[in-house]
Design a protein around this ligand. Structure first.
Ligand SMILES: Nc1nc2c(ncn2[C@@H]2O[C@H](COP(=O)(O)OP(=O)(O)OP(=O)(O)O)[C@@H](O)[C@H]2O)c(=O)[nH]1
Ligand SMILES: [Mg+2]
Length: 447
């Protein structure tokens, strides 16, 4: 996510923090570089100008030159202002007491409206809501089918109306929600290639017909300033409440995400980070700013773990760690949880300093997890509980059973022994030894 921008900014900062003292010329040079980095990331030029001016002013005001850690002070100011740029405090989707609540999704063609409707329905259902999705993209039958497929996948109902009047279908959808006891209605609309009168008119008609509690503009992060201009035009004419920014998992440069708030005055409410139906997260400006600056999103990481890891499993695991009764079976459980959390690569990306790793976050071969799982599956229960019994002939048998070489089995056992040792150590010294831990082949190294 925003890899280039992130790397540029981190380089600028390591230059700054590497210096004991800063001259005014140093600060000026850094500002110029920040300006360039932002422009190259396709951030709106007015936004860039304003941003750099504010950072410079604060840097002068806070007397950076005389502070003991001038570089750090500048980094702190940039972090603050980047957070502000992204919206300051996080904006939440606010539902009202009305039943059903109506959420209208609008946006350009291919921005991700239909998948966003499904992701949002899934998200709301996790919070105890009973959503209904309404297919108002009347121009393409395939679009309605797409929503129906997603609905089936999630087990969430989809209303498809009759006729060629999107506003009429939206109203009928709301009535359907009332009669089927659904408390949130998500209205998926048709996208256009460009923003045009027709599209705006239709949005206005739907808006008038169902008076949505929230209108979310779906903005594709990959499309940069075009997307921001569209959102702005839409804000002027139809108005909306917040942005649902999609495709933040791709190699978007960051321009759209960093400009949209400032240009339209509307906050980013959700971030979509993948094609899967659970790849939707509330948007937190401070965490995003920290990630861009390579400070890691530790809170996000913990939340992700809390969300995906089975609480019982986690507790049992902790218990075992305490008694050092950690077996290969437990190891397997851990691997599965890592997979559930989106794989090692996505987790590494959230760690502080990950952006500074040479060559970026290592692309971990996720198939490696499957291989390790296969090896463990080929062991008998006794072997899993007591790996010390695994002698040469057993190793060969396990290798044959899982379709790997004996060397790979050896590697896994060695690595497991290290993890076990480390866990004992971990209880003694609180994790100082975690640095330098060798991960399985292809997983890189910590610390
Ligand atoms: N990688 C990634 N792909 C996404 C994301 N959101 C949507 N997509 C993909 O983008 C494509 C378009 O998504 P749709 O939901 O069909 O977009 P739409 O706005 O409904 O498109 P129209 O109905 O044609 O206007 C699909 O292939 C989605 O899987 C995301 O956050 N990340
Ligand atoms: Mg669609």
């Amino acid at each position: 996510m925003f890899d280039n921008l992130s790397k540029r900014l981190q380089d600028i900062f390591s230059n700054l923090t590497g210096k004991g003292r800063l001259s005014e010329a140093d600060v000026d040079a850094a500002m110029r570089e920040i300006r360039l980095a932002l422009l190259e990331a396709d951030v709106n030029f007015k936004v860039v100008k304003e941003f750099v001016a504010v950072v410079r002013e604060r840097a002068v005001g806070e007397d950076v030159m005389r502070s003991l850690t001038p570089g750090q002070t500048v980094v702190g100011i940039v972090l603050d202002e980047l957070t502000n740029l992204l919206g300051g405090t996080s904006a939440r989707l606010t539902l009202t007491n009305r039943i059903p609540n109506v959420i209208l999704l609008v946006g350009l063609q291919g921005s991700g409206k239909t998948t966003a409707a499904a992701k949002l329905a899934n998200h709301l259902r996790k919070q105890g809501k009973r959503p209904l999705m309404v297919a108002c993209d009347i121009y393409r039958p395939a679009a309605i089918e797409q929503l129906e497929t997603l609905g089936r996948e999630l087990g969430i109902p989809v209303f498809r109306g009759e006729g060629a009047d999107a506003a009429g279908i939206a109203s009928a959808g709301v009535k359907e929600a009332v009669s089927t006891m659904r408390d949130v209605v998500l209205v998926d609309t048709a996208g256009r290639l460009h923003i045009d009168e027709e599209m705006m008119d239709e949005a206005v008609r739907i808006k008038t017909a169902v008076s949505p509690d929230q209108i979310l503009m779906v903005v594709d992060a990959m499309t940069g300033q075009d997307a921001v201009n569209t959102a702005d035009a839409f804000a002027q004419r139809v108005d909306f409440d917040g942005v649902l920014m999609t495709k933040l998992d791709g190699d978007a440069r960051g321009g759209a995400a960093l400009s949209v708030r400032n240009v339209t005055g509307k906050p980013i409410v959700f971030a979509s980070v993948g094609e899967k139906l659970d790849a939707l997260e509330p948007f937190y400006p401070d965490r995003m700013a920290k990630r861009i600056l390579g400070m890691g999103d530790v809170v996000g990481l913990i939340e992700k773990a809390r969300d995906t890891i089975d609480a019982d499993d986690a507790e049992a695991l902790e218990q075992k760690l305490r008694t050092a009764a950690f077996t290969l079976d437990d190891f397997l459980v851990q691997l599965r949880q890592i997979k559930k959390m989106g794989g090692v690569t996505s987790l590494l990306g959230m760690l502080p300093g990950a952006g500074k790793l040479k060559g970026g976050v290592p692309e971990v071969d996720e198939r490696q997890l499957d291989r390790v799982a296969a090896i463990i599956h080929s062991m008998t229960p006794q072997e899993r509980a007591k790996p010390q019994v695994i002698n040469g002939s057993r190793r060969q048998r396990i290798a044959n059973g899982s379709g790997v070489t004996v060397t790979e089995v050896n590697q896994l056992l060695k690595q497991f022994a290290e993890v076990r040792k480390l866990m004992k150590q971990f209880q003694k010294d609180g994790g100082k030894r975690l640095r330098g831990l060798k991960l399985p082949p292809g997983f890189g190294q910590l610390g």
